[in-house]
Write a protein that binds this ligand. Structure first.
Ligand SMILES: Nc1nc2c(ncn2[C@@H]2O[C@H](COP(=O)(O)O[C@H]3[C@@H](O)[C@H](n4cnc5c(=O)[nH]c(N)nc54)O[C@@H]3COP(=O)(O)O)[C@@H](O)[C@H]2O)c(=O)[nH]1
Length: 533
């Protein structure tokens, strides 16, 4: 879980823009998928409702026509006389769905009807008669002219009578499904098809399978097929995504535009959070260990002899191919409150690395460790240092804990004394940049005062700042501490510092910070050269 979290944070830090874009795309995809799912559900509800209405209409047509045909076929007195046709017209007035009643001869030819009256010649169109499972005889798509309009109608017959279903009712019916199937003894016959004819065979097969199983409604996926127990009608409407989108009209483009807008706003909103997530502070907890430390060692010299007497340990952090310098990693460590964990890891690694590589020489060798104020705690730091020294098996190493002048506080005195009592040295780093005076330094009683590089840089120009160096040397003498000058860039500065009575020095001019193998070679070379440049 931790590894996954770290991987995620690292990925975010490396490609924050890609992450924000990815999140935006994800939001857009989810919203679009949600909108599609909602459209599918709404469409299902609407389609099921339309089918149910269609079944009700068909049921009305069937009930009316069956009742009327039953009644009229029992009536022996019907003929094409004016009285008969007038009587049939009165029967039509009671009907909601039927518009015409016709009388047929023995050959099923129409001889007269309520709309046409008596025909000059009996007519018989060449239309197939579909016989439904319940015995209803239907002729569909019959061209008629009604109230001056050319319409297509369905005729239901039971010789010697037939009835014409209102074309408005069949239109209403047809508008409520893609295909209307009549269940016949031979299978499904299309009464109306609002889809391309090439699709019909496969649709018939699917509707037939579902109709055979007798359930209603069916086919929530690709099509909705609805039928009712005991009814001859099967309704089928396509429910594939393209069909649903077509039925939705402008709704989907609107939802798509809305989703994209929301996704863009979401991406813009999360961008600052992503930038914050990508900060090293969020990953530093995974990096504060020896495996991720890359230490460099800056040599420390006795200025009078040029002898390397120790080093300052300077940390960098490795993270994949990246290396974080103190300017980046220190704010992250402070932000995450990992000062102790970090300083302890540096101490363990530096002592182990140096003791493994540095050959024993007759003289003692100092290892100066920078410590954050919370780490200057004898109870927790001393066991770490003692453990590392014990594991190294070396007795010629002196560990010096460096505290910056800015972090000096009265409660540090006890900790410093505790460390010194256990044999560790204590140095005040960056001395001269803070507000400490003889009194506060006397209370702390450090072993070394490190003169900040800013004094050394100005030494050759004899500025007011540089003129304070003798004062610092005087304070050091008063508290019985040695002086170390930082940031020495050249031999001239070294000579001036020697003349001021500064004993030790370090700086790019004397030796750069180096990885351990290079550092050990550098020290060996200097010792072999008899200490002098
Ligand atoms: N708690 C810990 N703090 C640490 C550790 N490692 C480093 N630090 C702190 O980071 C500060 C910056 O360190 P760095 O970038 O490594 O710079 C050091 C030297 O490279 C630089 N230096 C040394 N000589 C010269 C020089 O001649 N010229 C020049 N321009 N720069 C030089 O100075 C930095 C060392 O300064 P100081 O500590 O004051 O001796 C650093 O200040 C540490 O506080 C760590 O492991 N733990």
């Amino acid at each position: 879980m931790d590894r996954l979290r770290y991987w995620l944070l690292l990925t975010i830090s490396r490609r924050p823009k890609a992450f924000v874009r990815g999140a935006g795309v994800l939001v857009a995809v989810l919203l679009v998928a949600g909108a599609l799912a909602a459209m599918v559900m709404v469409d299902h509800g609407r389609t099921a409702q339309r089918h149910a209405e269609a079944l009700r209409i068909f049921e009305g047509i069937t009930a009316e026509s069956t009742a009327l045909l039953d009644d009229l076929s029992r009536d022996d007195g019907l003929d094409c006389s004016y009285e008969s046709l007038a009587y049939l017209n009165t029967r039509l007035l009671e009907s909601r769905y039927l518009r015409e009643i016709g009388l047929l001869d023995a050959d099923r030819r129409l001889v007269c009807s309520t709309a046409l009256g008596r025909l000059a010649e009996p007519v018989k169109g060449d239309y197939p008669v579909h016989v439904s499972r319940s015995g209803l005889e239907l002729l569909d798509d019959i061209p008629l002219t009604m109230a001056g309009k050319k319409l297509k109608a369905t005729i239901i017959q039971r010789p010697p009578v037939n009835v014409v279903v209102s074309p408005y009712a069949t239109d209403d019916l047809n508008a409520r499904a893609d295909v209307l199937w009549l269940r016949t003894t031979e299978g499904l016959v299309a009464l109306h098809a609002g889809v391309e004819p090439r699709l019909l065979p496969a649709m018939r097969a699917r509707a037939g399978r579902l109709a055979a199983s007798g359930a209603s409604p069916r086919g929530l996926g690709y099509e909705l097929v609805t039928m009712s127990e005991g009814q001859d009608l099967v309704l089928q409407t396509q429910r594939g995504l393209p069909a649903i989108l077509m039925r939705g009209g402008a709704l989907f483009p609107l939802l798509l535009a809305g989703s994209l807008l929301i996704a863009a706003l979401a991406a813009g909103t999360i961008a600052p959070y992503v930038a914050r997530l990508g900060h090293l502070r969020n990953r530093i907890g995974f990096l504060c260990d020896e495996a991720h430390l890359a230490l460099v060692y800056q040599p420390l010299f006795e200025l009078a002899t040029g002898r390397p007497v120790g080093c300052e340990v300077l940390a960098r952090l490795k993270e994949g191919d990246s290396q974080w310098l103190p300017s980046v990693m220190i704010p992250a460590i402070l932000g995450a409150g990992l000062e102790r964990r970090f300083d302890h890891a540096v101490a363990r690694k530096a002592i182990a690395e140096l003791s493994a590589h540095l050959p024993s020489i007759d003289e003692r060798f100092g290892i100066a460790l920078n410590c954050f104020p919370p780490s200057v705690d004898a109870a927790t730091l001393a066991p770490v240092l003692q453990g590392a020294l014990q594991a190294s098996g070396r007795r010629d190493l002196d560990v010096c804990v460096e505290i910056t002048e800015h972090s000096l506080a009265s409660d540090l005195v006890k900790e410093v004394q505790g460390l010194q009592a256990l044999g560790f040295l204590v140095a005040v780093d960056d001395f001269g940049t803070g507000y400490s005076n003889l009194k506060s330094v006397t209370r702390l009683s450090p072993d070394l005062l490190k003169i900040d590089g800013s004094f050394v840089y100005e030494l050759e120009d004899a500025t007011l700042r540089a003129s304070l160096i003798p004062e610092i040397v005087r304070i050091a003498k008063a508290v019985d501490a040695e002086t170390v000058a930082e940031g020495i860039q050249n031999a001239r500065q070294m000579q001036l510092l020697l003349a001021e009575g500064v004993r030790y020095g370090q700086g790019f001019g004397l030796g750069m910070p180096m990885p351990v193998e290079e550092f050990v070679g550098f020290v060996a070379e200097r010792l072999a050269d008899g200490h002098r440049e």
